[in-house]
Design a protein. Structure first.
Length: 700
């Protein structure tokens, strides 16, 4: 946890976004400063500042909805805070209500959770300057104006760059696929590029999708990228099993030639240009493909020959996806909208956005992490308001404000945000006070410093929260200096209240924690069941259903990973349980990758020899995975398994398909994929309960 305090994460905010957010904050101040209406400029700037973090990647419709929701929440919170600021008991009750409501929004995702936190902050900040209804409407309206200004800046490029978010999301996918081709991944790790592809799928198929012809082309590209990813995974895993050095070299050459093609596609999509470079590079992939094909007949070993046939099929599949991507990339975007011919793809069930009210109602239970977090937020913020009002603390709103910012649904997040908040606030107070005292006495000089701090805050808050907090604290000090507050006088009370607010949040979590151990087991069981459903769909359902079950499995794996991260950061950790859970997760990844290899075979061959025998064995795998999920969820013993014996019988039947039979290549590839899945299931069973392994499996 302490290592996380100095960790520098990857910057995920483009400088253009930080610049436009900064302009939306600074411009009202500059206008107010020049026109003599500085108080109005400060209020508008506060509105723009509080809405800034809702400017997140996504379609323009979704971006507008986030910003407008954040703007409305900020305006309402400011109005209620100003109206109730003179009545301590009413403000305490409002803080309890806002804390519960705002905390519960984490159930809708991080963006909604951030809006809830900002609403709590504005409620207590505006309560420091109470006003009756007519007067309270003015600052609330100006704050709404600032939010609308930030919205206008965020959407200004829409007429000129209508499909920029979609292009950039797909460019990121192809860029990561290029990296994946250069460096094959560890089979025990989750398949690479999962988050990037999931984001692109949500962008293209989510509730705020466009229905234009150009977006249909983007969807085709996303499907091609998903298939190319499957082929890359299968080819990379096969390469580790090839014993023939020349075969390993040929497969490596295919992967190395695929990497620059994928990189060129990423460049073309990001710049909305034609794919001439990718087309030129594509011509070079045929040579290693021919070399690999020649090795099949030159190899005398029957087992090696069969493995080479599988590798050659996967390599051909990858080449086909590269050709399709190059062809379709020319028609993706507004420039090729009139030329693109695509069929409207149905919205996958797994990606349909649920009713937010239904999600919130479902979380109104003490078993819900979101609801427990909401109750902690409500009680802590109400207590902080009561303390600061009861003791008449100078600048007391920093106490509940810090509590609202620091308190997170999990202990590790609360701890790290608390420590980073304290460190960043102290640094920011000292730095801003010194700069204003020594070098920035003039108002326009202060405005320049505020702009620099705002830009730094937007760029660095996700890199390291302490650095971002230091910039934000300095920014707030300057805003209040514009309003007539001397920085040196308020520095000590702000520092003390920041420390107290962080300690209050940590104490609340320590007194009423949300234990992750039981939830981690449930998430892992859900992941195993999702893999089981994906495998069932591959063997029994039409191809149209495969993508949906794969996406559900991907979401389940993401949830399990997040749960393991939270479990690892708890105050009292069970290291043995964490190690076991991580081993289950790693071996589950082996099954997922093997299932993706099976999907690639079924798509490529479009036939299933020994169909009934394979489906019968699929029933055995279904039963085994169901039993393992139940064992994890209920912490119960696992009955003995003997999958390997049945798999050997099935392998013999597939091996009996004659070489001159049209289904011969499919039989070889299916036998290899099913062997990998069986191995993954057997290994996972041993991890869950060593006594469940049959003697035959152990000897094998």
């Amino acid at each position: 946890m302490f290592a996380g305090l100095i960790e520098l994460k990857r910057r995920d905010v483009p400088w253009r976004v930080a610049l436009r957010n900064t302009v939306a904050v600074v411009m009202p101040l500059a206008i107010g400063l020049g026109s003599g209406y500085l108080a109005a400029g400060i209020a508008v700037a506060i509105g723009a500042l509080n809405t800034m973090f809702s400017d997140q990647p996504g379609p323009y419709r979704l971006r507008a909805r986030r910003l407008l929701f954040a703007t409305a929440a900020a305006g309402l919170s400011a109005l209620v805070g100003a109206l109730l600021g003179d009545v301590a008991w009413a403000l305490t009750l409002a803080a309890l209500t806002w804390g519960i409501g705002g905390g519960l929004l984490v159930a809708l995702g991080p963006e909604a959770g951030r809006t809830g936190m900002i609403s709590m902050v504005l409620l207590v900040v505006m309560a420091a300057d109470p006003a009756p209804m007519p007067d309270a409407l003015v600052p609330a309206g100006l704050i709404v104006t600032g939010g609308l200004l930030q919205t206008v800046f965020a959407l200004a490029a829409w007429p000129l760059q209508r499909y920029r978010p979609e292009r950039h999301a797909l460019a990121s996918v192809f860029s990561e696929l290029s990296t994946m081709a250069r460096s094959p991944s560890d089979p025990t790790q989750a398949p690479p590029s999962t988050a990037t592809i999931q984001f692109a799928q949500d962008l293209l198929h989510g509730a705020h999708r466009s229905r234009s012809v150009a977006v249909q082309s983007f969807r085709i590209l996303a499907a091609v990228a998903e298939r190319a990813r499957i082929e890359l995974l299968a080819l990379g895993d096969l390469r580790s099993q090839l014993r023939e050095p020349r075969a390993d070299k040929a497969v490596g050459e295919i992967l190395q030639r695929a990497a620059p093609i994928l990189a060129a596609l990423a460049v073309a999509l990001r710049s909305a240009s034609v794919t001439a470079d990718a087309q030129r590079l594509l011509e070079g992939i045929d040579e290693p493909l021919q070399s690999l094909a020649g090795l099949i007949t030159a190899t005398g070993d029957r087992a090696g020959q069969r493995l080479l046939k599988v590798a050659h099929a996967r390599a051909n599949g990858l080449a086909a996806q590269l050709r399709s991507a190059v062809r379709n990339a020319n028609f993706a975007g507004s420039a090729g909208e009139t030329r693109a011919q695509a069929i409207e793809s149905a919205l996958p069930e797994a990606l349909r956005q649920a009713n937010p009210w239904a999600i919130l109602r479902a979380n109104l239970s003490l078993t819900s992490m979101a609801f427990r977090h909401a109750l902690r937020c409500g009680v802590c913020i109400a207590a902080a308001v009561a303390v600061e009002r009861g003791f008449q603390l100078p600048h007391g709103y920093w106490l509940p404000m810090t509590t609202a910012i620091v308190l997170k649904p999990d202990f590790a997040g609360t701890f790290s945000f608390g420590m980073l908040r304290v460190a960043g606030t102290l640094i920011g107070l000292l730095l801003a006070t010194a700069l204003l005292h020594v070098a920035f006495n003039g108002e326009w000089e202060r405005l320049f410093l505020l702009a620099a701090l705002c830009f730094g805050f937007r760029m660095l808050a996700t890199v390291n929260y302490a650095v971002g907090t230091a910039a934000l604290t300095g920014l707030i000090v300057i805003l209040q200096a514009f309003d007539g507050e001397a920085p040196a006088v308020t520095m000590l009370p702000r520092a003390i209240e920041t420390v107290l607010g962080s300690l209050l949040a940590l104490a609340a979590y320590a007194l009423w924690p949300t234990r992750e151990a039981r939830k981690a087991d449930s998430f892992l069981a859900d992941m195993i069941e999702a893999y089981r459903n994906y495998l069932d769909a591959l063997l029994n359902a039409p191809a149209d259903a495969w993508a949906d079950t794969r996406l559900i499995a991907r979401a389940s794996r993401t949830n399990a990973q997040a749960s393991l991260d939270r479990l690892s950061g708890e105050l009292r950790r069970d290291r043995d349980r964490i190690a076991r859970a991580e081993t289950v997760f790693a071996n589950g990844n082996r099954i997922a990758r093997a299932c993706m290899a099976l999907e690639a075979v079924l798509i490529d061959e479009q036939c299933m020899p020994q169909r009934e025998a394979i489906r019968a064995f699929g029933t055995r795998m279904h039963e085994a995975l169901t039993a393992m999920a139940a064992s994890i969820r209920n912490r119960s013993p696992l009955a003995p398994l003997d999958l390997r014996g049945d798999e050997r019988v099935l392998a013999a039947r597939l091996d009996g398909v004659a070489d001159d039979d049209p289904q011969s290549r499919a039989a070889i590839a299916l036998a290899h994929a099913i062997d990998r899945i069986t191995e993954g299931i057997d290994t996972l069973a041993h991890v869950i309960d060593p006594s469940a392994m049959h003697d035959h499996d152990r000897s094998t």
